[in-house]
Design a protein around this ligand. Structure first.
Ligand code: ZN
Length: 105
């Protein structure tokens, strides 16, 4: 192989949003403010490592102003359970916050 790789070359995988050389095919689904006072963004992507027979996974990324972006690939079959657990934790956090607010008044 010779010559520079075109940074803007579209990926041959149709659903992939990445261009140029990349180790993971990725489609960006959502980017949401997720921290206290809007600090940080959570990204939800479709992701597939550029390897033969790699599985398409769900990727969650966390970007903050103070650290490099962290990411994790989840098996698609696990995501529904994680979503349920996140929702339950959020409900309990909201309840606990409300109780604490009540006690302080
Ligand atoms: Zn790609």
């Amino acid at each position: 192989m010779t010559g520079a790789v075109d940074r803007n070359a579209a990926c041959s995988v149709k659903w992939c949003d990445e261009t140029g050389t990349h180790a993971v095919h990725r489609k960006y689904i959502a980017s949401l403010p997720a921290g206290l006072r809007g600090a940080g963004l959570v990204g939800v992507n479709l992701a597939q490592r550029v390897q033969p027979r790699a599985t398409v996974c769900v990727e969650l990324t966390v970007t903050t102003p103070w650290a490099s972006t962290a990411g994790h690939l989840f098996a698609a079959s696990c995501v529904a359970d994680i979503a349920v657990a996140l929702t339950e934790a959020a409900e309990r956090a909201t309840e606990l916050h409300a109780i604490r607010q009540g006690n302080n008044e």
